[in-house]
Every structure is written in C-alpha cells, then in structure tokens.
Design a binder for this molecule. Structure first.
Ligand code: ADP
Length: 481
C-alpha cells in the first residue's frame, strides 16, 4: 500500500459535523473544502472553510446526497480526500467506491467492509460466526408462511425490522400473533419505500433494555482497539437524544466482554477506521448485538472527552497510513461525559421538527463544556435536513458533576425563532431515574408527558410576532415561505 499525506479535504456534509471535522483538519494544517446548498450559503461550515463550492438546489437528493455532483466538485477542487461525516452518504458503499475509484481517499472503511456490515442480516450472520451474542430471532430475511412460523418460535412481543433499515425506520413491534400478518405486510412495504429493499427479519422484543455501544478504531495495518462504551438509552422515536460515557452501573466484566466482542466482529469483517458496534443490554447484563455503524457517530464527543483522543484526527491519520500509536492496555477512561442533542423540534408536539430563522441563539462557553454547533444567530434552520442545532457536552470527574454542568449549560442556552428541546432535556436530566443512572430505552415513553414542561418563555403574542418576523425574513431573503 502506498500512502500520501492529506492536504486538501472535502467535507461532504453540513451543520455541526461539517464544522467539527474542519476544526480538526485545519488544526492539522489541512486545507478544507466545503460544499453547500442554497439555504446553507451563509452557514458556519461554509464560512470557516478555506474553499467553498455550491451544490445548487436544496433538497438532499440534489445536494448532499448527489454522488455525481459531489465527485465533480471534489475533482474541480483537487481534493485528495473526502470525509462524509455521518448521515447523508456516509454509509453508502457506492459512494465510498466511487470516491476511491476517482483516486480520492475516502475517510471511512472500504466499500467492501461497509457493505458487509451495512446490511443488518449480513452483519448478524457474521456476528454469530464469531460468537457475538444476538437477540433471539431469524438469522436471515423472512417472508410469508416461513415468517409466521418463525414468529411463533420467537414468541411475542417481537420486532419486525428492515434488513436495510436505519434511523429507527422500518421497525414494528407486534404484541399478538393475530396482528402479525398485517404488521409483516406493512413493514415490508415500508422497507421497500424507505430503503428500496423489502427484506425484513424478526427479533424477540427485549423489555426495558439499555442501548450500549462500543467505539472502535482500527488502522490499515491490523491494529485495533475499543475506546470503551457509550450509553444511549435516552431515545425518542427510537432515536438518541442524550448519550454518555462510561455507561453507568455496568460491571467491568460486561464492559470488557462487549469490547472484545466488538473487536472480534470488526476484525472478521476486515473493517478499518472508526466504527461503532451497537448492543442492547438487558436487566441481567446479557448483551445482544444490534448493528454496526460504519462511520463516525453523532455522539462520538463523549468518547473523546473521556479518552482525550480526537477521533477525526485519528480517522485522518489512519487514512494517511499511520499506525495506531497505542494498544488496548494504554487506554483508561477518565471521568464522565454526557452529551445532549439540542434539536429544532417540538417536545410538546411529538418532537415534530421545526424550521425558521434563529433570531436569538446563544450557547454557553465554560470550562469542561464542549459545544459542537452548526448554526449562528440570524441563520436559517432549513426544513430539508436533520434538525440538529448543536451538541452540548459536559465533562465531570463524576457523573453527578457532569449532569450538574450540563444542566447549567442548558440553563444558559437561548434559542428563539424555532421550537427546540432544551426544556425536555432538562426534564430528563433532573429526573430521579436518570440521576440514578437507571434508564432504559423506554424511559421517554414511560415518564415523559408534555404537560410536565413549563410554559414557553414567550407569551403567545410575542411568539406570534417572532414567527411573523422570521417568516418575513425567510420570504424576502430566499423568496420562499
Ligand atoms: P436503527 O438502525 O433503525 O436505529 P436499531 O436496530 O439500531 O435500529 O435499533 C434502534 C433502537 O430500537 C435500539 O436502540 C433500541 O432502543 C430499540 N430496539 C432495537 N431492537 C430491539 C429489540 N430486539 N428489543 C427491544 N428494543 C429494541
């Protein structure tokens, strides 16, 4: 293998992750290249870039998901590497392959390893072959009579999942045998429309599990380590909102066993670069493999804060052919870190995404606090993309200290112009179950009720005025409403 240093990096993403990647790249002396859609013209990820290229259009298919356009811009910009961030094209093997074939370094695993682990059924089979525990269920995709028979063997409640699924889509819980046939039909057609593949598989539904995942890092010379675990049990609509490292109340033996299982799987897949092996853990600390995310995770900062490593720096160094300069025994977690995702979404209305003009936007700055932010005051939160505004990450010597710092940070956060979830996060952080670290993935469904939140800080009249002003600015600026 021949390696060359990366000097010009194109970031094929937007928002906080495109800012975060460039920050590390620029610190390493790398020239950064941003791409942007119409609505992102003045976004922070574009302004901070050393060079910027317009994608044209707004909708994802025309912009951050458009492989041909992105490759053409990468060639024009003479990029020698592309970082895909997360979401968009980050887990698309066709993109990884096209980038590599264009003679550009793809900062991620090989297209082959990505494909091997990207399909959930294929990944489960590989996991099983190296002794990684699976949720009891079907080992391959199922249809018709065979599915009904398998469902009977697994027992109820069970989950129907899309083989090509992700982002909580294409998952269905079935409580009773009589509901199974219809649920199967619906799950298959949902999977077909969302992922272009109707295959589904079945899993036993684990009651009140925790979501615990292992961060791994592997270089191109056969060295791999796990960077401990993250607990991501606080979820709404099967999507994470608060994550932390280390996972509270996990026995050291469980932690080690999970780390070693994750390493066995990624080695069997020939996987390199940063990746995450996700598990659910039941009340007795039995852990079951869920899936591998073949990219950087949204919640990677909590791992960085307890290990002192910069994962984006390591992704770049690995892509340049460097060896991991440390082994498993060199790594020790230090303290505790918790991340809250500040979303433009309405916790009073089933977490519906919100868009508009940020006419006030203030995030705190303090020691032991890290803010990964994609917006600024006066900016537009578009409705086309994921509604993540920023991530607020607090570190403490202890979990209690990290919680207190995060609560204070949210207290100082001001967002006006879009709906947001800061008070919902405060509700979770202040809840006795969260404070004791006894959460599970159904915490929000079980304990959250919008009525428990205070009234919004603005009166209805003030909100009305604010909305009208924001609407007017969007309409005049972009000619749209
Ligand atoms: P996706 O890729 O769509 O995010 P995952 O398989 O990673 O789907 O599951 C997402 C979440 O759904 C998990 O974190 C967990 O909360 C829940 N979940 C998944 N599988 C099971 C299961 N077998 N039993 C109970 N909950 C599950």
């Amino acid at each position: 293998m021949t390696f060359r240093p990366i000097r010009r990096l194109l970031v094929a993403n937007r928002g906080e992750i495109a800012v975060r990647i460039q920050r590390t790249a620029q610190r390493m002396g790398i020239h950064t290249i941003a791409i942007y859609s119409e609505v992102d013209r003045y976004a922070p990820h574009v302004e901070m870039a050393n060079e910027r290229y317009f994608l044209g259009g707004d909708i994802p298919a025309e912009t951050y998901l458009n492989i041909e356009k992105i490759l053409a811009l990468a060639r024009e910009a003479k990029a020698d590497a592309i970082h895909p961030g997360y979401g968009f094209l980050s887990e698309n093997p066709a993109f990884a392959k096209a980038v590599t074939e264009a003679g550009i370094v793809f900062i991620g695993p090989s297209a082959e390893a990505m494909a091997r682990l990207g399909n959930k059924v294929a990944a489960k089979q590989l996991a099983q072959s190296v002794g990684v525990p699976l949720v009891p269920g079907t080992a391959s995709a199922v249809v018709g009579e065979e599915a009904l028979k398998a469902a009977g063997e697994i027992g109820y409640p069970l989950l129907i999942k899309a083989a090509a699924g992700g982002g909580g889509k294409g998952m269905r819980k079935v409580l009773r045998p009589e509901d199974f046939p219809e649920a199967l039909q619906r799950a298959q057609s949902e999977a077909l429309s969302a992922f272009g593949d109707p295959s589904v598989f079945l899993e036993r539904y684990i009651e009140k599990p925790r979501h615990v995942e292992i961060q791994i890092l592997a270089d191109l010379h056969g060295n791999a380590v796990y960077l401990f675990e993250r607990d991501c049990s606080i979820q709404r609509r099967h999507q994470k909102v608060i994550e932390e490292a280390p996972a509270p109340h996990l026995r050291p033996e469980t932690r080690t066993a999970m780390g070693e299982a994750a390493l066995r799987l990624i080695k069997a897949a020939g996987y390199t670069q940063a990746g995450t092996v996700e598990f659910i853990v039941d009340a007795d600390e039995n852990f079951y493999f869920l899936e591998v995310n073949t990219r950087l995770q949204v919640e990677h900062p909590v791992t960085e804060m307890i290990t002192g490593l910069d994962l984006v720096e390591w992704q770049i160094r690995i892509a340049q052919g460097e060896r991991l300069g440390f082994t498993q025994t060199d790594l020790r977690p230090n303290g505790h870190a918790i991340e809250a995702r500040l979303y433009a979404e309405d916790p009073r209305s089933n977490f519906l995404p919100s868009s508009g003009l940020l006419y006030k936007y203030r995030l705190p700055a303090r020691p032991h606090l890290r803010i990964d932010n994609g917006y600024e005051e006066g900016g537009i939160v578009p409705l086309y993309y994921d509604p993540l505004l920023a991530k607020i990450i607090a570190w403490g010597e202890t979990r209690t200290e990290a919680i207190a710092r995060l609560q204070q940070a949210l207290h100082e956060t001001v967002v006006l112009g879009v709906e947001h979830n800061a008070d919902f996060i405060q509700f979770v952080l202040g809840h006795p179950i969260f404070q004791e670290g006894r959460m599970h993935t159904h915490f929000v469904d079980e304990h959250f009720d919008p009525k428990l939140l205070d009234q919004t800080p603005l009166t209805p009249e003030e909100q009305e005025v604010a909305r009208a002003v924001a609407h007017w600015i969007v309409a005049t600026w972009y000619g749209k409403t």
